[in-house]
Design a protein. Structure first.
Length: 120
């Protein structure tokens, strides 16, 4: 999926959760880029034969089995994306951690309120 499509989906998800703010556009943009790259890596992996394990010959000539490098990259991108999903409140844990009060206008302190009530 292209970055613009991911961006649209992320914004829709944030709005559905009530966590969307215009100020999050840079974070949303970065997440969309990560997800686009993750999709590209997945496509490359599928075109390469979808073999999760590959033989690797090291510099000493020994052959070992190792994870396919594209799976490792896909996993890294997925972990990076998860951090952004969480920060945007798009995971259960992330939504729970968001303090909605931080988005609301701050109220004055007790002394400030008392002065206002006295007409000062």
């Amino acid at each position: 999926m292209k970055k613009s499509e991911w961006k649209k989906r992320i914004i829709e998800a944030c709005k559905a959760n009530g966590t969307y703010r215009d100020s999050f556009s840079a974070v949303i943009n970065t997440l969309a880029e990560i997800l686009e790259r993750r999709d590209e890596v997945n496509t490359l992996y599928n075109k390469s034969g979808s073999e999760p394990i590959r033989e690797y010959t090291n510099k000493f000539g020994a052959t070992n089995l190792t994870k396919h490098p594209l799976i490792v990259l896909w996993d890294d991108l997925n972990k990076s994306a998860l951090v952004y999903w969480r920060d945007l409140g798009l995971t259960p844990a992330g939504l729970k951690k968001i303090d909605d009060a931080a988005f609301k206008a701050k109220k004055g302190g007790g002394l400030e309120e008392a002065i206002k009530r006295l007409g000062g």
